[in-house]
Ligand binder design. Structure first.
Ligand code: FE
Length: 198
C-alpha cells in the first residue's frame, strides 16, 4: 500500500482502475479475472473467515493460544484454501479482555487484514478515522456507540504493509451452548476492527 492522502485523479480508486486498465491492455490480466477477485474478497472471504477464526478461538483454547502467538500459521490450519495469506506478510491478533480493548487502524493509508476480513469499510479509509483513532480514540469509539469504561485500557494498533492486525473480541455472555457455526454468525466485522463490542 502506498500513502494516498490525496483525492481526485490521485485517489486509490482511480489509480487502481488505471492500473487495471493498463494490465488488461497489455494482456497481462483479463478484466473478468479482476472482477472475480474483487467479488471473492467482497462476498466469500470477508469478513466470514475472520468470524470463523474468532469462533474457533473461543471454543478451542489451544487454537486460541497458537492464533495469538502467530496469526497466519494458525489461520492456515482452518483450511480456507488459496490466497489466505498472499496479501499479508504478518497477521497479529490482539485479544480483548476485561481490562484491555484493542482498536485497529492504518494511519498512513488503509492497510487492512484482507485475507481474513475481506474489503475494508469505506470509513476505515477515511482521513477522519485514521487520524482520530490515534488522537482521540475514546471519543471516536463513543461516537461509534462504544462507551469504553475509564478503567479499560485502550490500545491502538497501526497497521502497515508488513504487519496487519485483527482484534479477537470477547465472547458474548450467554453463548455457552452455541457451536462454532452459530458463534461464527455472531461475530461482526466491526468487532474484529475494534469499533464494536459483541
Ligand atoms: Fe496502509
Amino acid at each position: 500500500m502506498t500513502a494516498d492522502r490525496r483525492q481526485g485523479s490521485d485517489s486509490p480508486a482511480v489509480r487502481t482502475e488505471a492500473v487495471e486498465a493498463l494490465l488488461v491492455e497489455r494482456g497481462l490480466v483479463q478484466s473478468a479475472a479482476v472482477d472475480a477477485l474483487v467479488e471473492r474478497y467482497e462476498q466469500d472471504i470477508g469478513p466470514l473467515r475472520g468470524a470463523r477464526v474468532v469462533a474457533e478461538a473461543w471454543t478451542d483454547p489451544a487454537f486460541r493460544a497458537r492464533l495469538l502467538e502467530d496469526g497466519m500459521p494458525a489461520i492456515r490450519e482452518l483450511g480456507f484454501g488459496d490466497n489466505t495469506d498472499s496479501h499479508v506478510a504478518r497477521l497479529v491478533v490482539k485479544e480483548n479482555t476485561e481490562s484491555v480493548h484493542n482498536l485497529v487502524v492504518c494511519t498512513l493509508c488503509s492497510c487492512y487484514p484482507w485475507a481474513v476480513l475481506g474489503l475494508p469499510p469505506a470509513w476505515y479509509k477515511s482521513p477522519a478515522y485514521r487520524s482520530r483513532a490515534v488522537r482521540e480514540p475514546r471519543l471516536l469509539l463513543a461516537e461509534l456507540g462504544l462507551d469504553l469504561e475509564p478503567e479499560v485500557e485502550l490500545r491502538v494498533w497501526d497497521s502497515s504493509a508488513e504487519v496487519r492486525y485483527m482484534v479477537l473480541p470477547r465472547r458474548p455472555e450467554g453463548t455457552g451452548g452455541l457451536d462454532v457455526e452459530e458463534l461464527t454468525a455472531r461475530v461482526t466485522r466491526d468487532s474484529m476492527i475494534g469499533v464494536e463490542r459483541l
